[in-house]
Design a protein around this ligand. Structure first.
Ligand SMILES: [Zn+2]
Length: 441
């Protein structure tokens, strides 16, 4: 069956922005043509709409989807390590299979309704490691989302769980989900021994995939690497053999000039998470110096890439008026290219013949003209998740007229609320995590 999205304006490419008034024909999950609708196609009227490539959230934590609004009765954290010890390392220990599934469904629903078609996720659930990636893959498959998943290996919960994390990555990399791929996940240098990092590296080599790891999110990561290993974080990753073109390095806030050069030379991709960095008060990532390595993620603060990309832009503009409006769009395109490599679909992130049909129909009939030269201005100052009407992933409409097509949203939300209450009760019983990095926090 051929579907034709007719009468709309198409933002066919984000880098460089390219706008065309055309129908989009889709067949067998792929864009067949951008031009005029073929005869016999099932037509979906997109008059007055802007059709854009589906957004990619290149660093996500679905496991945190039930955290919003949770009670917190400990002393407020005073630094980044205390945020981990008192918030996230209590939340992840409280997760079980039911709450992992509810988190993935709630977070996935939120993502797709805001126009995000791919999540690059980083899972942590130390009391439910084995099979957790299948639980997430199944939840996202139920919604119809594309994903790249991994389990966050760490030594902070002891050697058995570290080994179980490595095995969960290894196991999932052999699983055959149509719309999910795997990476090897690792928490951060500050919670990894050389042995555990080496075990992760071995799985990346065996499976031919990259490591997805937090890098120098806070200065504490560098202090720990210096204290325990006598080197900076990026050198440590290079020594372990995981700094390469397949690696996905989240944050890179506290990397020095030498590390920036090493990252650029390696071809690794950096996931920049501006809203999370602001929320955790960890500092500003040197995104200008990291250049075209950079893509964008939310670090679990929802999955709205319209909001994240606009914030990324404003934060850069606060520093310098030289940041071009096209910069955040190019960063989104970079994230799509990263996922395209994982799926061996190099045209992912563009709307052109042969590209996978991951796209978003926005009810955006703006009051000013839209063309190649000003599309970035519309993206930053006009477009928002509220414009999302339909979302297609791999040729299937998974959101139509602002509703999920495969699941009942009220049911997903009701289950999530039930699971959130259970989860919050369990978190309240847990003390701050005792693990601390070397070099002090
Ligand atoms: Zn993260």
């Amino acid at each position: 069956m051929t579907i034709a999205l007719t009468g709309g304006t198409v933002l066919a490419s984000l880098d460089p922005p390219s706008v065309v008034s055309a129908d989009v024909a889709i067949e067998d999950g792929v864009v067949k043509a951008v031009g005029s609708a073929p005869d016999g196609a099932t037509s979906i009227d997109c008059t007055g709409c802007l059709i854009v490539p589906g957004n990619v959230n290149a660093h996500m934590h679905l496991y945190s989807a039930l955290a919003r609004g949770m009670p917190y009765r400990l002393d407020p954290p005073e630094d980044f390590v205390q945020i981990l010890q008192r918030v996230w390392w209590r939340l992840d220990r409280a997760l079980d299979v039911e709450s992992i599934r509810a988190s993935a469904l709630a977070g996935g629903m939120d993502a797709v309704l805001t126009g995000t078609t791919t999540l690059v996720d980083h899972q942590a659930s130390p009391e439910a490691i084995d099979g957790s990636l299948d639980v997430i893959a199944e939840a996202l498959a139920d919604i119809g989302l594309r994903s790249v998943l991994c389990y966050e290996v760490t030594d902070r919960d002891g050697p058995e769980r570290a080994a179980a994390g490595v095995e969960e990555n290894r196991r999932f990399l052999k699983a055959g989900w149509p719309l999910a791929r795997g990476m090897v996940g690792a928490h951060a240098s500050l919670t990894l021994s050389d042995e555990t990092l080496g075990a992760c590296a071995e799985v990346t080599r065996d499976a031919g995939v990259g490591l997805h790891i937090h890098v120098a999110e806070d200065e504490a990561d560098q202090r720990d690497a210096q204290a325990r290993f006598g080197s900076r974080v990026v050198s440590r990753l290079a020594r372990a053999g995981v700094l390469n073109g397949s690696a996905l390095l989240a944050h890179c806030v506290h990397v020095d000039a030498e590390e920036i050069d090493a990252i650029r030379d390696s071809g690794a991709t950096v996931a920049h998470n501006p809203r999370s960095n602001m929320n955790n008060s960890v500092g500003r990532a040197p995104v200008a110096a990291l250049g075209d390595r950079v893509c964008l993620g939310t670090d679990g603060l929802g999955a709205d890439m319209f909001a994240e990309s606009a914030t990324a832009y404003w934060r850069r503009r606060e520093e310098s008026l030289s940041a071009p409006m096209t910069w955040p769009l190019a960063r989104l395109a970079r994230g799509a290219a990263f996922v395209g490599r994982a799926f061996e679909l190099p045209a992912l992130g563009r709307i052109e013949a042969g590209a996978p049909a991951d796209l978003v129909v926005l009810e955006y009939d703006d009051v000013t003209p839209l063309d190649d030269t000003n599309a970035a201005g519309h993206w930053l100052f006009g477009l928002a998740a509220r414009h999302v009407r339909d979302v297609m992933v791999a040729g299937e409409m998974v959101v139509a007229d602002r509703l999920l097509t495969r699941l009942d949203q009220d049911e997903v939300a009701a289950t999530a609320r039930e699971q959130a209450e259970r989860l919050w009760r369990r978190i309240e019983e847990l003390p701050p995590h005792p693990f601390g990095p070397g070099g002090g926090s």
